[in-house]
Design a protein around this ligand. Structure first.
Ligand code: ATP
Length: 254
């Protein structure tokens, strides 16, 4: 696997589309001071997903877009495409050539694509990190970075070694899984609390339900009881009394 070509357009000092064709064996790019050698390295880091403007030697991410010169107006977008030869299948994707593209607009917004298909930054990061390359894999050691490594504390050095060994991805996944487990634990505690609270209410609720059932039965019998209460007075009504007394089935106590 090797970087086959890099096309830079509107990125830093590269206003016009510029393509670097890199064959196996190319080990360096030379040029006079300020000619843009580091910008090429920045372009590589940027297309692989770099998110820190400082790592790209800028104040804000927008600084990567061609800012204009005395003879040329600023541009509205920066675009970098990197084509990787994948004939050895180092990248876990069914293509012998993989082109990663990143575009950024001055008005805000970024786009990422793998072989011309729009994708998320995460897709690019995962694809590259599976092959041991990418933003945090120390494939790019910037000016002054060696000094940082040499001056690092043991913990920081461990971090560098983990990143270089490809452990970082798994450590991040582990941390993510642990965070999920913690959330799940909290949810379980809440469910247990709710269950015990509901269980506590079951006794009183059962008694209330029993009372409600009895009330419903009593209400159901109410018309019969009313007729018991109504009939004696009805006898006092002469018109009704006649019909009541004539009714042999009528019982004063029913
Ligand atoms: P050195 O050898 O001194 O490290 P270099 O060859 O690595 O230099 P770079 O640092 O890559 O050069 O390029 C610096 C040039 O890029 C400067 O002339 C700077 O003005 C130009 N540059 C950087 N960002 C932009 C931008 N957004 N728009 C236009 N030009 C830019």
């Amino acid at each position: 696997m090797y970087v086959k070509s890099l096309t830079v357009k509107g990125f830093k000092s590269f206003a016009s589309a510029t393509t670097f064709r890199l064959e196996p064996g190319v080990t360096c790019i030379v040029g006079p001071n300020g000619s843009g050698k580091s910008n090429v390295v920045d372009a590589l880091a940027w297309v692989m997903g770099e998110q820190g403007a400082k790592s790209l030697r800028g104040g804000k991410m927008e600084d990567v877009i061609f800012a204009g010169t005395s003879g040329r107006a600023p541009l509205g977008r920066a675009e970098v495409s990197m084509t990787i030869d994948n004939t050895d299948g180092a990248l876990p994707i069914d293509y012998t050539e993989v082109t990663i593209r990143r575009t950024m607009f001055r008005g805000g917004g970024s786009e990422y694509a793998i072989n011309g298909t729009a994708c998320r930054l995460l897709d690019i990061q995962e694809l590259l990190s599976d092959a041991g390359i990418g933003r945090e894999m120390h494939v790019i050691v910037g000016q002054g970075q060696l000094d940082t490594v040499l001056r690092a504390t043991p913990e920081e050095r461990r971090g560098f070694i983990e990143e270089a060994a490809g452990v970082l991805k798994h450590r991040k996944r582990k941390e993510k899984a642990l965070r999920k487990l913690e959330t799940m634990e909290a949810n379980l505690t809440r469910v247990a609390d709710l269950t015990s609270e509901i269980r506590r209410q079951l006794g009183p609720l059962g008694r209330q339900a029993e009372a409600a059932r009895k009330a419903a039965v009593a209400i159901g019998r109410l018309p019969d009881q009313r007729s018991v209460v109504v009939r004696p007075s009805a006898r006092r009504n002469s018109a009704c009394a006649a019909s009541c007394c004539c009714d042999p089935a009528a019982s004063p106590h029913s």
